[in-house]
Write a protein that binds this ligand. Structure first.
Ligand code: CA
Ligand code: CA
Ligand code: ZN
Ligand code: ZN
Length: 616
């Protein structure tokens, strides 16, 4: 009866699909959005059985790997349940079953909370990991912990997968069905399923980097995903589902060098996503109705959500946040296991959503163990100064570091040593009135009588108005912008590769090819004897280690109180005066040997261009 009631949803699905067909895509969204839920008989939606008895608790401990690690990755299809087919001569074989006596009053005993002794150690382990006293007794706190909404992926999995393992069903299993037609059908089905399993195994192994210690990971940088047409949720619009999933993938993109792209047409999908209830989507693991399990996922594989759960969008106060669950399940698809640590997105239980949850430091490090850290190069880097007034009317200056690359930018928070959550963003929209891509350089001229910010691209220069947060079209001297660089900075050849302002000398240094030209802001002219070779003006500390020319960016950092030369994936830090006082052999304006940009500034990661504009 329960199963039948469960299937009662089907006509609604069919009706909606039909309405979508006749009404067209855009109109159909309203149907989803304003869908009246009264057509569901809520009473009949199956609920996950509460874990109250020792038997149920023992099942929980076995299922989630607390007794022994579960061979989860092999379970995607191998244990696919094959139901007995009806025999052809059913009317002759069928007879009424005899009723069994069942007690009207449950024979509950005092032993109800006593767990089988062989499970006590596992139970203690579970209690300890969940911040409970490890009593080994199934007390009410333990029951509460076991009944929390949770991910269906076991907490302990068999770590290494047998390579090229062949599937075999036990002899006893196949013999038992030998004589019946149903048995033959079952074997055919299993043969089909074993091929399917083999297909997925080969596909997954093809993605592995053989022999590498990090072999359990995607080996391509672009990972394709799709919300499968047969697996839409009944609770959010398809657009909402896709947008939330895209955002969840983007959050991982922001911390590892992987680009995730939604692929609506191709055959070669890496992560297939679907919503289902009970037995679903050809999956070996049935969902359990309302409550407890909300989703599960396979490494380098598929993600399923239990659509009996009340999934909601990121801004909703109630229900289960699809975004948070999706971020967690994508973590599994990327190869992460559960982490019992407060603040981690990989905690097995659902933690009601903080409004703005993010991947924390250790989640980042865990996924970077597998995929490495982002390792980019940048076209322009600078500290942006802004004035703020305190409540007492004093002026204070704050700065943030910006990294520009092609048509997007990141703000870097030096104190927390990461980019702002949700970056990168498009230059267009963040910076008004300047070209929306490929900025060559930025300079902030800041003296007792000048405070001017310039962006350079090609042969032109834009002056930026920080108060109005947009480029000037005309400044107080009636100079119209953009201007030719040669007019604003006479004697400076353009385009420039990079530029920075030296406060002490009151010179702007413009870099182009192997040369550098100094420009005096006081005299408003090129400094004599320039251009010079970069290597002569900024000599190397180690003669074999110098960027030479074609510098990407040069910037003075207020955090580090020194100047950085940036080229490709490296930076060279300029020798500072204190260093020269203790070591007089260091050259003036010398450059220390290079280091990787990502050893100083962490997690400045690209995202796929299709999700650049996406935000919560
Ligand atoms: Ca459930
Ligand atoms: Ca540049
Ligand atoms: Zn999980
Ligand atoms: Zn599933």
């Amino acid at each position: 009866m329960e199963q039948f009631a469960h299937r009662g949803k089907m006509p609604v699905t069919v009706a909606i699909i039909f309405l979508m067909l006749i009404a067209g895509w855009s109109d159909s969204e309203k149907i989803f959005h304003n869908r009246d839920h009264s057509d569901f008989d809520v009473q009949n939606i199956p609920h996950a059985g509460a874990i109250l008895t020792p038997e149920a608790a023992q099942q929980y401990l076995v299922k989630y790997g607390w007794v022994a690690p579960v061979n989860w990755e092999e379970q995607a299809f191998t244990d696919f349940p094959v139901h007995d087919l009806a025999p052809q001569d059913v009317s002759q074989l069928i007879s009424e079953g005899e009723s069994e006596e069942h007690p009207r009053v449950s024979n509950s005993s005092e032993n109800e909370t006593e767990i089988n002794p062989s499970f006590i150690d596992s139970l203690k382990k579970f209690q300890d990991a969940n911040g409970l006293t490890a009593t080994g007794v199934l007390d009410s706190a333990t029951k509460i912990a076991m009944n929390k909404p949770r991910c269906g992926v076991p907490d302990f999995k068999v770590a290494s997968r047998r390579k090229n393992a062949t599937l075999s069903f036990t002899d006893a299993d196949s013999n038992s069905h030998n004589s019946s037609q149903a048995g033959a059908t079952q074997r055919r089905k299993r043969s089909f399923l074993s091929k399917m399993v083999e297909h997925y195994r080969q596909k997954r192994e093809a993605k592995d980097t053989m022999g590498s210690s990090n072999s359990k990971r995607f080996s391509r940088n672009t990972v394709k995903w799709r919300l499968m047409g047969e697996g839409y949720s009944m609770q959010l619009t398809i657009q909402q589902q896709r947008a939330i999933l895209a955002l969840a993938f983007r959050m991982w993109s922001e911390v590892v060098p992987l680009l995730f792209v939604e692929d609506l047409t191709g055959d070669d999908i890496d992560i297939r996503i679907g919503f289902g209830t009970g037995q679903h989507l050809g999956c070996s693991q049935a969902f359990d109705g309302v409550g407890q399990q909300f989703a599960h996922a396979w490494y380098l594989g598929d993600i399923h959500f239990d659509d009996d759960e009340h999934f909601v969008g990121p801004s909703s106060e109630h229900g289960i946040s699809l975004l948070k669950v999706a971020v967690h399940e994508i973590g599994h698809a990327l190869g992460l296991s559960h982490i019992n640590r407060e603040g981690s997105v990989m905690q097995p239980n659902y933690i009601p959503q903080e409004r703005h949850f993010e991947l924390d430091w250790e989640d980042r490090k865990a996924v970077q163990e597998k995929y490495g850290a982002c390792d980019g190069s940048f076209s322009t880097v600078f500290d942006w100064i802004r004035k703020e007034r305190t409540p007492r009317g004093e002026t204070v200056y704050r700065f943030n570091t910006y990294f520009f690359k092609t048509n997007w930018y990141w703000m870097y928070e030096n104190k927390s040593n990461r980019t702002r959550f949700g970056d990168p963003l498009p230059i267009k929209g963040g910076w008004n009135g300047i070209p929306d891509k490929d900025i060559d350089a930025y300079v902030h001229v800041w003296t007792w009588n000048i405070d001017a910010q310039y962006f350079f691209k090609g042969t032109q220069v834009w002056r930026y108005d920080p108060d109005k947060d947009r480029a000037f079209t005309e400044d107080w001297r009636k100079v119209k912008y953009p201007q030719p660089i040669a007019d604003v900075f006479p004697g400076i050849p353009s385009p420039v590769d990079a530029a920075y302002f030296n406060k002490k000398e009151r010179f702007i240094y413009f870099f182009r090819g192997n040369n550098v030209t100094a420009f005096s802001v006081d005299k408003n002219q090129k400094v004599e004897k320039f251009p010079k070779s970069i290597i002569d003006v900024f000599p190397p500390v180690d003669p074999n280690d110098h960027p030479r020319g074609n510098i990407d960016a040069v910037y003075f950092s207020y955090s580090y109180q020194t100047t950085f030369f940036i080229k490709d994936k490296y930076y060279w830090k300029m020798v500072i005066d204190q260093e020269r006082q203790t070591n007089s052999s260091l050259p003036l304006n010398g450059l220390w040997p290079r280091k990787k940009i990502n050893s100083q500034w962490f997690d400045i990661c690209d995202v796929h261009p299709s999700v650049l504009l996406l935000s919560t």
